[in-house]
Design a protein around this ligand. Sequence first.
Ligand SMILES: Cc1ncc(COP(=O)(O)O)c(C=O)c1O
Length: 346
Amino acid sequence: MHSVVDLRSDTVTVPTPEMRRAMFEAEVGDDVFGDDPTVNRLQEMSAALLGKEAALFVPSGTMGNQVAIHTHVRPGEEILLEESCHILSYELAAASVISGAQTRPLKGVRGIPAPADVERAVHIEDDHTPGTALLCLENTHNLAGGTVLSPEGMRALCETAHRNGLKVHLDGARLFNAAVALGGEARLLADGADSVMFCLSKGLACPVGSLLCGSREFIVKAHRNRKMFGGGMRQVGIIAAAGIVALETMIARLTEDHARCRRLAEGISRMPGLSVDMASVQTNILYFQVGHPRYTAEQLVQRLAREGILCLNLDARSVRLVTHKDVDSEDIDRALEVLEQVTGEL
Ligand SMILES: Cc1ncc(COP(=O)(O)O)c(C=O)c1O
């Protein structure tokens, strides 16, 4: 009997024994009053890691992105985003619903818009057009396949945005994956952004939590907005304790997830009826296309699930696999073996 290999997402990771111990022993206080020493330490560590003045602990990546948008943008203003980013695709139009912002999608290559397209899309507020206030970027880019935005690419985009009077928010849910893929520090990828959100609850394996980082002035306003969004938590050092362990112990090991993702992608790219854009396999996410006329992505995913290999179908033809700390090398062997067997039946 084989155990299940869960490749649906890195959010399925469970906390390490060290995290559970830290959570049990955490010193806590009322964080809405700023009294929780464990949260304060996590926020200070996060700000320092990203080279920002301050940070704010929030319950989720979505709340981090939306608090950032609410803090940067007034109702009626416009936000530029790459067309397949998480904020546009999976946050239920929250920027429009909660912040009254108009979102304007831009085409991108592997999730990255061109600076010239950003420049062209900027509206100056007048009697006809809403003012453009914010550019949102995503690193790594989930729907583009976990692709990385380099420090040079980031610099060019931030420079263009700032020259045109826009602020920049970076959705860095998996920013540490990007940093280890480049062999550099996360702060280099956050440089230029006015705010950055990163998640603890994905490849870093914490049960809950994200951090929003920026200037002290920005975080003071974001703190107020977090309360309005219902994200003010009390003795939340219990959860923040796991985040401290994650920042100390879980970043460097992300390279293992990337190597396993690459091995999986190479194996799949050799299987009949399946194809992978290898250039987009840069971190821990991979998409493959099902090219067989008799099998949709959904049918393949259901067939794999019966063999204990869990993954997600995104549309009729694409399937997503994500590696993380709770899939080891033998699990990858097993996934490849089952895929080989199932595609042999097609
Ligand atoms: C790129 C990106 N941003 C934001 C989020 C939102 O994070 P959460 O699920 O914690 O709200 C996700 C979640 O998958 C994501 O992939």
